[in-house]
Design a protein around this ligand. Structure first.
Ligand code: CTP
Length: 449
């Protein structure tokens, strides 16, 4: 009996997949089809697959061509499978020519002609609207957005906006993206969605005008500096049936979700204390250091440090105390937020002018989770217990600089896939805006005294 094996994602099952399976089947007597898991695709950088793993398996099953279906979930698995299943022929489409020649020592490798003019990527783009995005603000974060958007099918940067003509022109020259400097409405007229990466105090106004003009909004944090404005933006988005997402990139990173779920799983018992710390000594010329009204540690990093607290303890805290170490002009170099809950307590610390270990420690009554800096990207975390020899280490996948995950979520929500709406909830964002309001009121009081 000749055994054949092939692998694929088989997203939005199409004629190209069917042809490939038919030809693969004809190569032998028994066909095994490996279907990728979501995590494996994520790890390979394929982050906007539409169908779930089960749906994709079901579509392969329905062809009646596979004698056996297995799932593919890690690198190197092909070598294991070929040996485990006694495979004679490994086959894939001709888009992979050369890639799997290394398997020749184990079995015969056959590249089958790919069916022209069809792919899952094409279907994803035609089935779903290609979202035309305009970037508001052309600083450091905008440049990162441009670098990451390449990895997201279904989203294109069309233009940018920056009222400062010089910065706008530099950006336009550097990236070849038309940059408006005067008419925000003219800019809005060209796009379906905006990514707001302008200075903190302008987020709310830009977001509001974009929503009023019927544009979806992905806004860097903080989305608003007080509760009222945050609620207003969400009410407006709901009324207009638009997506409003806040860009706290940690929330969308797969590793962070895994860490939170590990904490919730009971592995460290009941969670009683959380300490989240994010400090980065900033360039003295950077906005976070020069703008004493809307720069500083809190506005730069508090959202990241509050995120794990809200995820694990919820948004209803009994008490919040904020303490800062200020520079002479009032800018907070270091800020500590203490939160008290019925179940436990938490400290969120952030700094731009004081350096400390940037770690996340989640303490339970049987053990703790330690994620070292940069835990906000969550590439690694450990479970530790009283017994120092008992340590479990997790190393989740992480691609690029993390922005692509929030972009992928944004485009998915625009296309109404909405599969991850729990990643950062409206409730959590509004709760953050309340704490931001507390902080801003303190700042105001200090500047008056
Ligand atoms: N395939 C093919 N002809 C096509 C598309 C895919 O023969 N027009 C083959 C691939 O070469 C692979 C298998 O089908 O062996 C599964 O491919 P998969 O990557 O799931 O499909 P694509 O349509 O290529 O997906 P994407 O656009 O997401 O890369």
């Amino acid at each position: 009996m000749t055994k054949v094996i092939t692998y694929g994602t088989f997203d939005l099952f199409h004629q190209g997949h069917l042809n490939l399976l038919e030809r693969a089947k004809k190569l032998g007597d028994y066909l095994i089809v490996g279907v990728t898991t979501e995590h494996f695709d994520e790890a390979r950088g394929k982050i906007n697959v539409v169908d779930s793993c089960l749906e994709r398996i079901e579509n392969v099953r329905k062809t009646g061509l596979a004698d056996e279906i297995i799932i593919e979930d890690h690198n190197g698995q092909k070598i294991e499978d070929i040996q485990k299943y006694n495979i004679d022929i490994f086959t894939v489409g001709s888009d992979w020519v050369g890639t799997f020649d290394y398997l020749n020592t184990l079995c015969k490798v056959v590249y089958l002609d790919r069916t022209p003019d069809i792919s899952s990527t094409m279907l994803r783009s035609s089935q779903f609207q290609i979202v035309k995005v305009g970037i508001v603000g052309t600083g450091r974060i905008a440049a990162r957005f441009i670098a990451e958007i390449k990895y997201i099918s279904g989203m294109n940067t069309i233009c940018a906006f920056n009222p400062e003509t010089n910065s706008g022109n530099t950006f336009q020259k550097r990236y070849g993206i038309h940059t408006y400097s005067e008419n925000y409405n003219k800019f809005l007229a060209r796009v379906d969605a905006v990514y707001i990466a302008s200075p903190n105090e302008t987020h709310y106004e830009y977001a509001k005008a974009a929503l009023e003009a019927g544009r979806h909004v992905l806004c860097e944090n903080p989305i608003a500096l007080n509760r009222k404005n945050a609620v207003e933006l969400f009410t407006l988005a709901a009324k207009q049936n638009l997506v409003l997402l806040e860009g706290i990139k940690t929330a969308y990173c797969p590793g962070f979700q895994q860490l939170i779920n590990t904490a919730r799983s009971g592995k460290i018992g009941e969670i009683r204390d959380i300490e989240a710390c994010f400090t980065r000594l900033a360039d003295p010329q950077a906005r976070e250091c020069t703008d004493f009204r809307f720069g500083g540690a809190f506005l730069e990093y508090a959202a990241y440090t509050l995120l794990p607290v809200f995820k694990l303890f919820g948004t209803n805290c009994k008490d919040v105390q904020i303490h800062s170490i200020h520079r002479e002009d009032g800018l907070d170099l270091y800020t500590k937020i203490d939160l008290l809950y019925d179940r436990g307590m938490a400290t969120a610390k952030c700094g731009v002018g004081i350096k400390t270990e940037g770690q996340l420690v989640i303490s339970g009554d049987t053990g703790y989770i330690l994620a070292e800096s940069p835990w906000w990207l969550t590439k690694k975390y450990k479970l530790r217990y009283e017994d120092p020899n008992k340590v479990e280490t997790f190393e989740p996948t992480f691609q690029g600089d993390g922005l692509r995950y929030e972009m992928s979520e944004f485009v998915a929500q625009i296309n109404k896939i909405e599969k991850n709406k729990y990643l950062l909830t409206q409730n959590e964002i509004i709760a953050m805006s309340e704490i931001t309001e507390l902080f801003m009121n303190e700042r105001e009081k200090r500047s008056l005294s």
